[in-house]
Write a protein that binds this ligand. Structure first.
Ligand SMILES: C[S@@+](CC[C@H](N)C(=O)[O-])C[C@H]1O[C@@H](n2cnc3c(N)ncnc32)[C@H](O)[C@@H]1O
Length: 393
């Protein structure tokens, strides 16, 4: 707690100094702790009290806290050459000689799997070489991972680590390549603010999956966020994905009223929107590869089909159970995978490649059509319209 930027800026090094600062400024200890843990700028009156107490200017405090609003950025830009001289004199640039060779722990026709810390592995992957990056990092929720990583960092530590791997990923991405980040909305707001500086925002995809119980005094959290960015304005690959129309589970009838537009609906299905309702957590033991965190195959099938082509290179720094790798393999994308913890569940997944192929085939049968075979059969049985029965009407 005393190593966070806020207490450091205020020169608070221990509990005693915290109590004394609280007493002199009149700002309660829990509030000071909140500013420190959340890394946010103290509210108006508190801000004034702090600036007065530690005899610091507003701009200096903002800089110490790493809060760069546009007026601060303008000032930094104005004095950039002076700042550069100061930095050059105090931190002579070190030669980057970290590169060394790594050996994969597992290899397939299309992919290479490394058991490593992704930060270290990324130093060995050529820059501008990856077509698609999918990242599903730990959420810092104090989960127990097989890798025994610390999943309860302070907010500041988690965000610092996040920024490091995100920036490394950006370097690996080819121009026109796509970058997807799966996380809780609260973390993806921060990740977005990093990505916005380097890449082009395409979409914030809300994936309708409930992941916790309702919380008093808050809306019920019901979506994961999937960020979608590209390096440059236009992605090299965007294969549009279409979904079947929603119909009544019991009678096969329409749920929405398409009125006179039925004959205008695309026979290949409806446009995929940025709200994905058709994914559910992996529960079935036949498909589930390990205790937790495994993403649905359908999610990766969609992302990889949409944003890459056969032969492209896919990278996922946080392998987990290897969902990205098995889907890439089946869809004939080259892949580089990384996992810091045990990788046996990933390798084992490749023993079941036929099971996964079957699953992907089932998923593919149910996309890019207005009605699947089953939907067509229940609709004909109950005399609901089909594209061929309304043509020209
Ligand atoms: C949320 S899980 C990923 C699950 C994966 N998407 C799947 O479908 O199975 C995150 C994984 O990242 C791994 N991990 C955490 N820190 C890492 C690091 N620095 N380098 C590589 N892997 C890491 C964890 O051990 C964990 O297995």
């Amino acid at each position: 707690m005393f190593t966070n930027k806020f207490f450091k800026a205020l020169n608070i090094r221990n509990q005693k100094e915290l109590l004394s600062f609280s007493k002199t400024t009149g700002i309660p200890v829990p509030k000071l702790k909140m500013y420190n843990e959340e890394s946010i700028l103290p509210f108006n009156e508190d801000f004034k009290k702090i600036v007065k107490e530690i005899d610091i200017t507003e701009i200096e405090l903002k800089l110490k806290l790493g809060i760069l609003d546009s007026s601060t950025i303008d000032l930094l830009a104005k004095y950039s050459s002076e700042i550069n001289t100061i930095i050059k004199n105090s931190h002579p640039t070190e030669e980057n000689s970290k590169q060394n060779n790594k050996s994969p722990i597992f290899q397939t026709d299309f992919g290479l799997l490394y058991q490593d810390d992704c930060l270290s592995l990324m130093e060995n992957i050529p820059k501008n070489s990856v077509d698609l990056i999918f990242a599903d990092p730990p959420f810092n929720l104090n989960k127990k991972y097989e890798s025994k990583i610390n999943d309860q960092l302070s907010k500041a530590e988690y965000l610092k680590w996040t920024e490091t791997w995100v920036l490394n990923c950006i370097e690996l991405l080819k121009e026109g390549g796509s970058f997807f980040v799966w996380n809780l909305p609260v973390w993806n707001t921060h990740i977005s603010s990093i990505l916005n500086k380097y890449l082009n925002f395409r979409q914030w995809i809300a994936v309708d999956i409930k992941y916790q119980l309702p919380i008093p005094n808050k809306l019920y959290p019901a979506h994961y966020s999937l960020l979608y960015y590209t390096k440059g304005k236009k992605p090299n690959t965007f294969n549009s994905q279409r979904l079947p129309m929603e119909i009544c589970r019991h009678c096969g009838g329409d749920i929405k009223d398409y009125g006179g537009y039925k004959n205008k609906l695309n026979k290949n299905g409806l446009n995929l929107t940025d709200v994905w309702h058709d994914l559910s957590p992996v529960r079935h033991s036949k498909y589930k590869s390990r205790e937790s965190n495994e993403l649905p195959i359908k999610l990766l099938e969609r992302v990889i089909s949409m944003a890459s082509s056969e032969g492209d290179l896919v990278f996922d720094p946080f392998g987990g159970s290897g969902t990205t790798f098995i889907v890439s393999e089946i869809l004939k994308r080259r892949w580089i995978g990384c996992e810091i913890g045990p990788v046996d569940s990933i390798i084992k997944r490749f023993d079941d490649v036929d099971l996964h192929k079957k699953q992907i085939l089932e998923i593919q049968k149910k996309k890019n059509v207005l009605f699947t075979e089953e939907m067509r059969s229940i609709r004909s049985k109950n005399e609901h319209w089909l594209p061929e029965t309304i043509n020209g009407k």
